[in-house]
Ligand binder design. Structure first.
Ligand code: SF4
Ligand code: SF4
Length: 104
């Protein structure tokens, strides 16, 4: 078993605190553009889709972003293997699929 960040987009409020925390710890500047996690806001009303970029290094096994996610949409958990990381370009499809699943 190994630990990875588990994403539960249903719990994400789109607050973007994780982006700010990541940017601050990685660059020393509160600029979400430099964050290694992106919260894509899809459609109106917005559906937040958290995406971990390939550059995320889990802060060397101590992910700072997770500590700032109060709704626990991202969590540091034991898993069998590393989950596949979606791309920012997948966010729209992920949001649409989620919307279809909850509209049934
Ligand atoms: S993953 Fe958590 S901290 Fe980041 S935007 Fe969603 S709710 Fe906020
Ligand atoms: S684990 Fe660290 S590098 Fe990865 S998104 Fe979170 S704060 Fe950024």
């Amino acid at each position: 078993m190994e630990r990875h960040i588990k994403i539960d987009m249903e719990k994400c409020t789109g607050c973007k605190l994780c982006e700010l925390a990541c940017a601050a710890v990685k660059t020393g500047v509160f600029n979400p553009r430099d964050s290694r996690i992106k919260i894509c806001l899809i459609d109106i009303p917005e559906i937040p889709v958290p995406i971990l970029l390939d550059t995320c290094d889990y802060c060397f096994q101590n992910p700072v972003c997770v500590q700032f996610c109060l709704p626990k949409a991202i969590e540091w958990e034991e898993m069998e293997s590393k989950p596949e990381r979606a791309k920012v370009s997948d966010a729209k499809r992920i949001a649409r699929e989620w919307l279809a699943s909850v509209s049934r």
